[in-house]
Design a protein around this ligand. Sequence first.
Ligand SMILES: Cc1cc2nc3c(=O)[nH]c(=O)nc-3n(C[C@H](O)[C@H](O)[C@H](O)COP(=O)(O)OP(=O)(O)OC[C@H]3O[C@@H](n4cnc5c(N)ncnc54)[C@H](O)[C@@H]3O)c2cc1C
Length: 437
Amino acid sequence: MRIRDSIHSDRLPASYYAASSNYPDGFRRLEGNVHVEVCVVGGGYTGVATALALAEKGVDVALVEQNSIGWGASGRNGGQILGGFGPELSEFDKYQKTYGPAAETLWQAGVDCVDIVRSNVEKYGIDCDLTWGYFDAAMNERQMRDLAAAKISLEQQGYPHALKTISASEVGSVVGSKKFVGGLVNQGWGHCHPLNLVRGEAKAAADSGVKIFEDARVSKLEYKDDGVVVDTDWGRVTADKVVMACNAYIGKLVPKLANRMLPVGSYIIATEPLSDDLAAEILPGNHAVCDQRWALDYFRLSADNRLLFGGMATYSGMHPKDLVKKMRPKMLKVFPQLEGMKIDYQWGGYLAVGLNRIPQIGRLNARTYYAQAYAGHGVAPSHGAAEMIADAITGNDRRLAMIEAVKHKPFPGGRFLRKPVLATGMAFERFKELIGG
Ligand SMILES: Cc1cc2nc3c(=O)[nH]c(=O)nc-3n(C[C@H](O)[C@H](O)[C@H](O)COP(=O)(O)OP(=O)(O)OC[C@H]3O[C@@H](n4cnc5c(N)ncnc54)[C@H](O)[C@@H]3O)c2cc1C
C-alpha cells in the first residue's frame, strides 16, 4: 500500500532538502529476477547503512526502495544527530532497567552510533554539511536542574565528549531567545543535511557493490526452504535473508512489525536565508537545539543560513491543513526577531514510536532481521542498528541478541483503535507537562 496524503506522494516532498540535494541521480527500477545473499527492504538510514555495512564485509546485497532513496523520514527529518538507544544517555539507571546485564554495552552503542555517521561521512567524502554542537535548552529552573544532573551523570559514566552547562546569563551565546533559561551543550552531537547523508551513503553502498533499486515496492514476502522470495511490482529478488527497514511506512507488509509501532507525524518549516548578522544573533554557535518537552520544538540553521524549525506531533494520521499557519507562531514565540521573514519550504513525515519508546531491533525468524521505532532519535541509532544487524548476519550476534531480548508489546486497540488510544495517552503526557508533573 503506497501512502498518499497532504504530505506524502510518490516523489520526495518539496522540502529544502530536496531543493539542495547534492546527489540528484536516482537508481534504476528492478525488472526481472535477481538473486543475492541479503535483500534489504527500505531505503532510509536503516536500510542503506545496513546494506553498506554488509557490502563492506563482502556480502552480496540488493536494496529495494518503493519510491526513492531517502523518501521516508531519513530524507525529511530535522538533521539532528543525537546518540542513545532508547533512554537518554544520562539515565544509566534506565539502561539497567531496560537492558539488565547488557546495559553497559548498549549504553556504549548509544554513544558509538554517532561515530558511525562521522566515519561514513569521512570515509566516503559525503557532502552533507556535517556540523558538531548540540544544545539541550531549558525553559525553567526544574529543567535546568535536570540538565545539570544529566551532565554529572554523563561524566560519571565516562561520556567521551565535551559538555558544558550554560547559565541564564550565558544563554545568548548559544541561542538568541528569551524562552530559555540555560541548558547543556554537548559537542559530541550535531547536525547535517539528512537527505544528502542518506543519498551519499547510498552512493557509497552502490560503489561498494550493493544493487540498489528504486520504484521497487515490495508487495509480498514468501518463505521457501532455501530462502526468501521478495516480490516487487516489477521484479523479484530471491535471497538467503531479508532485512526489514521500512519503519513507519511498513503498511501491512509485516503485521507483527506494523502492530508494534505507531506512525507519528512531525513537521518542519524553513525560512528564507537569514543575513549573517541575524543568523549569528539567533544561533551564534551554529548548534542544533531541542527543548525538553514531550512534543518538543527542534531547530537549527542550514548551511545557507535558513532557520529549519520543527515540531508538533500528530498521532491520528491527520496532518495540519496549513503547516505554515501552525508552525510559524511556534517559531515566532522562540524567535520574535524573525517576524516578517518568508517561509520558503514546509514539509512533514512519519517517524515510528513503540509503546515503550525503545528501538525495536532483532530477528523475526532465522531469515528475517528488522529495525524500527527509534522515536524522534533515528538518525544515529539507525546506524547503530545497521551495524548490529550486519554483524549478526556475518556471524557475530552478541549485541543483536542483547537488544532483541527486550520485549515489545503490540499497541492496544488493534488496527483501528490504536491511534485513538495513543492520542489519549499523549494528551495525558501533555497535560502532565502543562501542570509541571
Ligand atoms: C519530520 C521529522 C523530523 C525528525 N527529526 C529527527 C532528528 O532531527 N533527529 C533524529 O535523530 N531523528 C529524527 N527523526 C526520526 C528519523 O528521521 C527516523 O527515525 C529515521 O530516519 C528512520 O530511518 P529508517 O530508515 O528506519 O526509516 P525511513 O527513513 O522512514 O525509511 C523507510 C523506507 O522504507 C520504504 N518502504 C516502506 N515500505 C516499503 C515497501 N513495501 N517496499 C519497499 N520500500 C518500502 C519507505 O519508502 C522508506 O523510504 C525525524 C523524523 C521526522 C519525520
